[in-house]
Design a protein around this ligand. Structure first.
Ligand SMILES: *[C@@H]1O[C@H](CO)[C@@H](O)[C@H](O)[C@H]1NC(C)=O
Ligand SMILES: *[C@@H]1O[C@H](CO)[C@@H](O)[C@H](O)[C@H]1NC(C)=O
Ligand SMILES: *[C@@H]1O[C@H](CO)[C@@H](O)[C@H](O)[C@H]1NC(C)=O
Ligand SMILES: *[C@@H]1O[C@H](CO)[C@@H](O)[C@H](O)[C@H]1NC(C)=O
Ligand SMILES: *[C@@H]1O[C@H](CO)[C@@H](O)[C@H](O)[C@H]1NC(C)=O
Ligand SMILES: *[C@@H]1O[C@H](CO)[C@@H](O)[C@H](O)[C@H]1NC(C)=O
Ligand SMILES: *[C@@H]1O[C@H](CO)[C@@H](O)[C@H](O)[C@H]1NC(C)=O
Ligand SMILES: *[C@@H]1O[C@H](CO)[C@@H](O)[C@H](O)[C@H]1NC(C)=O
Ligand SMILES: *[C@@H]1O[C@H](CO)[C@@H](O)[C@H](O)[C@H]1NC(C)=O
Length: 830
């Protein structure tokens, strides 16, 4: 066993790589000209922009190799269209891979960020040809995916010649063609700049090749005069059984010259373009499902040949795809669209300001890059819901709520409640039409639930924090509560896609391992029990703020059901002193046994706990030893079950020192902060900082696993802010930020809340030690009761939260009875 000190010594020192040269000085000062206040000054000075353009600090390539599946292309915040490069890499879930050995297969319009499952979306690829075959003829163009594969230009440092910033993506292909992409909500604008002297600039429109090459029922027509292409097909969902339809509309325009009519045109099938055909029904489409359109355009006789392609997308019809494009990008103004997208990002990201003085510049970049990814999903598909008509917003790409409820929505609550409200309205509207909240959803397709009914904590997070603003934000509190009750009370007939196994939950108070109910794989019973318990806690919180006292008590009581899968007699193999685990249980009350190491890196059976036919052991994406810590609403009870604070702390240490902490999956996310509940917040500060140092950085492999639709991004952003949220409560666990000051501007509350770290001396590069431990807190100049948490009213008030830092890790939450963060069994939450 490594001691925690020995473990720390093997941490890779990420930050020291960029070293002293990376240390920043403030680029802007508060009105007083002093950025790190030494004197307590009970007024918020946070309106100063320390980072004049926060969007300039976003590195879009973080996590674009090594399984991060991050989307680095162009989009607006929560944009439906996410236009980007697709490569032929194995893990191209977001289209792209930063490794230049992989070929480019096209530039498609829709993507998700950081998902698993089968490759989602990646629809409607465009691709430019500089030359086709020896003769450079139309017929020689290799139009299929395999045929058109092209490498990127590689720079001297071995990286591909790709560039990206919020709202813009560019790449130079080995063919000498430069590709640039930007977008609006439902339309993309591509610019293809061909090598000088090009005679036959050609562009392929690919209608059928989504990321899974799953299309059926393709349609396509092209206009020989204008080169407009309309089409669509049906495609497979990514993480579930359903299929969806999608449509596109592509128009071309010369950039700075009159393109005229295409000089050659035709539909293509596989590698066979057929001149003069205008619709795929003229081709023998049953021979291959790869098809689209190909054009040869006039070059620019007076300069560089640059061709704009405007691509509208719709889930309703090709006509609506055209209308979307015409409405959102009427004049093909590339720089205008790009600037508008960038302005949205700059405003949004600028709501959170960090003082970079004395902070390694990589940390500033890591913060804004992580925050950026919290605004990719869910995506605003309003107007594109083919299932029913509604005037409510429609959001999609919930992939999945189990990933994002913990940190993404709580982060959004801090600076973007207006978007949060629209997402919640859209979720309620889905529940009203389908009977259940969306859980895991992509392109209107219901996908597999990972945990419980994890829409509940999202809705509850909104209402607990914004009850007073709900009316003004058009969120119907009654309908929200009704949606929660559907999850809590009604048996879903397909509970692996929506809702819960509610009946047995209500009668037994846990999900038994040996009861097979129709429709739904009988798996992950223990982790679902824990998730249902937390979901019910969040419902109890909503009931409380709505004044439904008896409901509040009922669901609070049900949230204690985690006790029902606690087996005090299960011990860790070889460690009788580590006793008590969450375990699978039969309907008759007897326990089964799952090795606490199950599906960890030390599992002797090397089992996984993903969704698969072999997974009957009760747990999903987390080993029993991790899930045994997962009761966010009642950690005090966990401490009691685990034999008191000393053995609780020992168990936390064991999890880290023996490698059971799993930074790639969400159930581990809270664990570094759990020392708070044992009154040892210094250990939380150190563990959370060690986790950042070891696993998160701004390189292309800077994520340990999938970004999970921004779940990892928001988690990193919280850690760097020195906060960790408890969804659906008014409390945030408190540590020290990586900055002398961080502020959150909340446009709905019209407040700016500042956390200032007095005595900030920089961040230890490996996360160990340092002058980073919180020894005292004041809020608006008044002593605050705890060093371990702050309340939501600090954000509604727009407070100045001042931390006093020390290098003594042995700090405490404070002496008072209410200094420890709340737990349900020790008085509960206000
Ligand atoms: C990229 O395409 C080239 C040419 O088609 C091919 O030789 C090469 O193997 C491809 N690379 C990969 C990684 O598939
Ligand atoms: C591509 O090449 C152009 C010059 O033709 C250059 O300006 C640009 O920086 C290169 N890289 C990218 C990603 O656009
Ligand atoms: C929505 O309304 C449009 C226009 O009235 C109609 O064509 C369409 O069928 C409706 N869609 C659904 C799913 O009801
Ligand atoms: C645990 O062991 C004790 C002592 O043998 C026994 O009384 C108790 O019933 C056991 N509990 C469970 C849940 O098996
Ligand atoms: C009990 O657990 C074992 C080990 O995980 C498993 O193989 C078995 O199927 C479980 N029993 C039942 C009835 O689910
Ligand atoms: C960046 O993070 C990744 C993923 O956790 C890790 O594998 C890699 O070693 C880190 N890189 C550096 C330079 O620390
Ligand atoms: C927001 O607050 C500022 C000062 O804190 C005030 O001047 C402004 O009127 C407020 N705006 C709204 C819409 O309440
Ligand atoms: C927020 O303001 C209210 C009303 O002025 C006050 O009672 C409360 O203590 C403040 N909260 C904090 C955290 O300062
Ligand atoms: C912080 O310091 C103040 C003033 O010394 C003291 O009143 C307060 O109790 C301290 N707070 C905690 C949580 O220790």
């Amino acid at each position: 066993m490594l001691s925690s000190g020995a473990k720390a010594a093997v941490f890779v020192s990420v930050l020291s790589l960029s070293g002293v040269v990376g240390i920043e000085t403030s680029v802007a000062f508060t009105s007083s000209g002093v950025s790190t206040a030494s004197a307590a000054q009970p007024s918020s000075s946070a309106s100063a922009a320390f980072i004049p353009d926060a969007a300039s600090r976003v590195n879009l390539f973080v996590g674009t190799t090594n399984g991060g599946h991050v989307f680095p292309g162009a989009t607006i915040p929560q944009g439906m269209v996410k236009v980007g490069m697709d490569t032929d890499s194995p893990g191209n879930h977001a289209g792209y891979d930063a490794d230049p050995i992989f070929n480019v297969t096209g530039f498609s319009q829709l993507h998700d960020d950081g998902t698993g499952g089968a490759v989602p979306l990646s629809l409607f690829k465009l691709f430019p040809f500089a030359k086709c075959g020896k003769g450079n003829t139309f017929e020689e163009c290799q139009t299929s995916i395999a045929g058109r594969k092209t490498l990127r230009k590689v720079l001297e440092d071995g990286t591909p010649d790709d560039a990206a910033e919020p709202g813009y993506f560019a790449s130079n292909l080995s063919t000498g063609i430069r590709v640039e992409l930007t977008s609006t909500r439902r339309a993309a604008l591509h610019r293809y700049t061909f090598p000088s002297g090009i005679k036959f600039p050609r562009i392929v429109v690919d209608i059928t090749n989504d990321g899974q090459q799953s299309s059926t029922d393709p349609i396509m027509d092209l206009d020989e005069k204008t080169a407009r292409v309309t089409g669509g097909a049906r495609f497979a969902g990514s993480f579930g059984p359903g299929r969806y339809s999608a449509f596109t509309c592509v128009d071309f325009k010369g950039d700075g010259y009159d393109l005229g009519a295409p000089t050659e045109f035709g539909a293509w099938l596989g590698n066979f373009p057929v001149k003069q055909t205008v619709t795929i029904t003229q081709l023998y489409t049953s021979f291959t499902d790869e098809l689209g359109a190909l054009f040869t355009f006039n070059p620019n006789a007076h300069g560089r040949t640059s061709i704009l392609a405007r691509v509208g997308v719709s889930l309703i019809s090709p006509e609506q795809a055209c209308a979307n494009a015409e409405q959102e990008i009427p004049d093909f103004g590339f720089e205008k669209v790009r600037a508008a997208s960038r302005a949205q990002w700059s405003e949004l990201l600028g709501r959170v300001q960090v003082d970079p003085k004395g902070v390694d510049s990589e940390i500033v970049d890591l913060f804004y890059s992580s925050m950026y990814r919290t605004h990719l999903s869910p995506a605003d598909y309003t107007g594109e819901n083919p299932l029913w008509n509604s005037t409510e917003p429609y959001y999609d790409s919930f992939y999945c709520n189990w990933d994002t409820y913990r940190t993404l929505f709580p982060f959004m609550a801090l600076h973007d409640p207006a978007t949060f409200a629209r997402i919640v309205r859209g979720m309620i509207n889905i529940q009203q039409h389908e009977g259940w909240l969306p859980e895991c959803r992509g392109a209107t397709v219901k996908q597999f639930i990972q945990g419980g009914s994890n829409g509940d904590p999202i809705l509850a997070e909104f209402l607990v924090k914004f009850q007073e603003q709900a009316d003004a934000l058009s969120v119907p509190a009654d309908a929200l509560y009704t949606a929660l009750l559907a999850d809590a009370e009604l048996q879903s007939q397909n509970w692996d896609l929506q809702g819960r196994q509610a009946n047995i939950w209500k009668t037994l108070g846990y999900i038994p391992q040996d009861v097979f109910e129709r429709s739904g794989t009988n798996s992950k019973q223990v982790s679902r029990t824990l998730e249902y318990a937390f979901d019910d806690f969040t419902i109890s919180q909503v009931a409380k703020v709505l004044g439904k006292t008896s409901d509040g008590q009922k669901y609070a009581q049900r949230s204690e059901n985690f006790n029902n899968v606690w087996n005090p007699n299960t011990t860790f193999p070889g460690r009788k002193d580590i006793a008590g685990f969450m375990q699978p249980r039969f309907a008759n009350g007897k326990f089964n046994f799952t090795d606490p190491r199950h599906c960890s890196i030390h599992d002797p059976r090397h089992a996984t706990c993903f969704l698969n036919a072999q997974n009957h052991d009760g747990f999903y994406e987390g080993s029993p030893i991790v899930y045994t810590q997962y009761v966010p609403h009642d950690t005090a009870k966990l401490i009691e079950l685990q034999g008191g604070t000393d053995s609780f702390v020992q168990r936390l240490n064991f999890i880290f020192d023996e490698g059971y902490f799993d930074s790639t999956d969400e159930p581990s996310q809270q664990i570094p902060f759990m020392y708070h509940y044992a009154n040892k917040p210094g250990l939380s500060t150190q563990r959370s900082r060690q986790v950042i140092a070891e696993f998160y950085n701004t390189s292309t492999n800077g994520l340990p696993g999938n970004d999970d639709s921004g779940a990892m991004g928001s988690y990193v952003a919280f850690y760097l802010a020195g906060l960790y949220p408890l969804p659906a409560t008014k409390q945030f666990l408190l540590s020290s930020p990586y900055f002398p000051e961080i502020s959150f501007r909340n446009p709905v509350l019209n407040t700016t809340t500042t956390i200032r770290a007095n005595g900030f001396k920089g961040n230890p590069s490996d996360g160990t030690g340092g002058h980073v431990f919180v020894k005292n807190v004041t809020i608006d100049g008044q002593p605050w009761k705890s060093n371990c948490f702050i309340e939501w009213d600090a954000f509604t008030n727009g407070s100045l939260v001042e931390l006093q830092l020390t290098d003594d890790i042995d700090v405490s939450c404070g002496a008072g009875a209410d200094a420890l963060p709340p737990s349900l069994s020790t008085g509960g939450y206000d």
